[in-house]
Structure formats: C-alpha cells, structure tokens
Write a protein that binds this ligand. Structure first.
Ligand code: AHG
Ligand code: MN
Ligand code: MN
Length: 338
C-alpha cells in the first residue's frame, strides 16, 4: 500500500525496488511516457489558445480524418521516447508502419504501441479525450523490430495505461499488479496517487454502446441491449441507465470508477471495419483489457478473451465488450446461445 499523495515518479521507483533484477530502464520508459502525457495534457487544456483544434487535412492509414491534435500528440510521444535508449520500436494509430528509431539513437528492448489521442472527434467540442499505451518486450536479439515482432497476445504486455484529459488529467497504470490512478497537479507538474488498487464492481445497471449501429449488431448483442431497455418490466426486472461519450478512455474510466459495461461489437457498417468491430487491438483493446482484468473486470469479443488473441496486423480491429464481470459474462453466455 502506498500513501495517497505519493507522486507517480516515487511510485515507479518504489515498484522498481520490488524487482531485484530491474535495471531502471522500464522506470525510465514510464517516466518518459508520463512526460509525453503531461505535454499533451497542457496542449489539450489550452485548446484554441495554441491553435490545436480542427482537422489536419489528412487521413490516417485507416481512412479516418486526422485532427491536428492526433498528429501533434503522435509527435509528442515519438519525441519523448525515440532517444531515451529504452525503446526498440514504436507503433501508433497515426502511423501506417512500425516507427524505427533514428540511425544513431540508443536502443532498448521495449516495444511501445499507442493511441496518441483517443476520442479525437471530441477534441473540438471540448469533451474528454485521452492517450492509451501498451508496452511489450522485443523478442531477444532483435535490434530493429518489424511488425511481426509486435504480434504478441495482450497477455504478454509488461504494462498498459491511459491518461484521461478531462476536468482533471488522470494517469491510470497497471504493471500487472493491480490498477492505480494518479491525478495531475498542474501547479507542481506531478501526477499524484489518488486511488489505488481499483476494483470494478461486479454488477452494474449502466451500459455504454452506440445505438445508432443497432441494425448492424448480431443477435446476442441485440438481445442483451433489448433486455436492458425493457427495464423493470422486462426479463432483467430492473431499470438500466445508458452513457456514450465516444471516447473509450472516458468510458473505461467511468467503468473503473462506478462500474458499467462497454460494448463496441461487430459492426457491418463500414467497409473498413467490415464485421470486425471498430476498436484496434494493439493500442486500444489490449491495453484497456489488461487494465480492466487487473481491476477484476472482464474483457471479451463475445467469443474469446481479448488478451488471448494472437494479433495478425498492427491495425487489426476487434469487437470489444468489457467491464463489470457479471454483465460481461452474461453477454458472453448469450453468444454461446445459453
Ligand atoms: P480514435 O479517436 O482514437 O479514433 O478512437 C475513437 C474510438 C473510441 O474512443 C470510441 O469508443 C469510438 O471510437 C467511438 O466511435 P463512434 O464514433 O462510432 O461512436
Ligand atoms: Mn482511439
Ligand atoms: Mn486516436
């Protein structure tokens, strides 16, 4: 147990002491990620004052319109990590292929994947956005990793986290030993431990799904949401509440705070996402699934545990159903036809 008020820097150093073989490289990497998030927090909070709102006039590899802040956040992350000597290579939503370090840069053995700005369509309307990151180890002996070296299941993640830029900026981190939350004190420039060993309540009366896609859902998801909507008069015998922020970071944060279930199921709506769902495995679904499981929740596609998926592609999409254990298991059971 740590004292509430411990800084994230102190926390990371203390955690390092628990691992006798630790070299400090992982600690250094987390510190650099923290610095990148502080810079993004500063930019998002200044908004129009520093001309970061609006479209960049380009598209990413997935054919989505890039916002100025998507590109700026991506650059901030790369700049913070490419010369620290802890990273072997990086991959991000905003880059088509693996980002290789500059020729002379010192190399480490961590692979970092990130969604530099999640929920970026919310940026211009001043609603919460965030950064999501996942850390893997590069296979031994690999000096210049390729995409194939990133194709590790989510269970191999060394750490995962997100930083939510909302009314407060909050860093949420797991290194596989529970989930802790740190709130940015903008006056002293430090993330301060404000909640430790977060646990998601197993039951919930709150669901999050974009119902405009209802006609594209599969039967198990239709059934689950139909039953929630029937409320007290339906088979569940209780009323449910609904939320949809359209920033996964904000939805997961709400679920970590008061429980809930989040669904972005198979969606036959667009050619790009086909029947695979919208969210990306390597930098959205995997890190969030590790956090949710570490907080006692469940994360699944409806057919399998997300963390067990063997990735095929850096930008692969997957259906995501995560949150309070008993509700997610109910949706899973509907997929099995129970
Ligand atoms: P991003 O801004 O990184 O592309 O991610 C947006 C994602 C996710 O955060 C959110 O849950 C979902 O897209 C919202 O999708 P809809 O606009 O289809 O509701
Ligand atoms: Mn995203
Ligand atoms: Mn994004």
């Amino acid at each position: 147990m740590y004292k509430i008020g411990t800084t994230l820097t102190q926390f990371i150093i203390e955690e390092q002491r628990l691992h006798t073989q630790a070299t400090g490289r992982f600690t250094g990497l987390l510190n650099d990620i923290t610095t990148a998030c502080k810079k993004i927090a500063a930019l998002t909070s200044k908004g129009a004052l520093v001309d970061v709102l609006g479209a960049a006039g380009s598209e990413n590899v997935q054919g989505e319109e890039q916002k100025k802040m998507d590109i700026i956040s991506n650059d901030v992350f790369i700049e913070a990590l490419e010369n620290n000597g802890h990273v072997a290579a990086m991959a991000s939503e905003e880059m088509e292929t693996v980002y290789h370090l500059p020729a002379g840069a010192p190399r480490g053995n961590y692979l970092v994947t990130f969604d530099p700005l999640d929920g970026s369509s919310n940026m211009d309307v001043n609603v919460s956005v965030g950064t999501i990151f996942s850390i893997l180890k590069a296979p031994p002996g690999i000096n210049n990793p390729t995409a194939a070296d990133f194709m590790q299941p989510g269970t191999h993640q060394i750490a995962a986290g997100y930083c939510l830029y909302g009314p407060s900026a909050i860093m949420v981190l797991t290194t596989g030993h529970g989930v802790n939350m740190f709130t940015l004190d903008r006056e002293c420039g430090e993330f301060i431990l404000t909640r430790q060993n977060v646990q998601i309540p197993p039951d919930t009366g709150e669901f999050a799904i974009n119902t405009s896609n209802q006609r594209h859902w599969e039967a198990p998801v239709r059934r689950y949401i139909d039953e929630c909507l029937q409320g007290r008069e339906g088979p569940r015998g209780r009323d449910f509440n609904m939320r949809w922020v359209a920033s996964m970071v904000a939805e997961v944060h709400r679920i970590l705070t008061r429980g809930g279930i989040f669904l972005y199921p198979m969606d036959a709506k667009t050619g790009a996402s086909g029947k695979t769902g919208k969210l990306r495995l390597m930098y959205e679904a995997n890190p969030m699934s590790l956090i949710v499981e570490q907080a006692g929740g469940v994360s699944t596609t409806g057919r399998e545990r997300i963390l067990d998926i063997k990735p095929q592609d850096l930008h692969q999409r997957v259906p995501v159903i995560l949150g309070s254990r008993n509700e997610v298991e109910r949706v899973d059971s509907y997929h099995r036809g129970d």
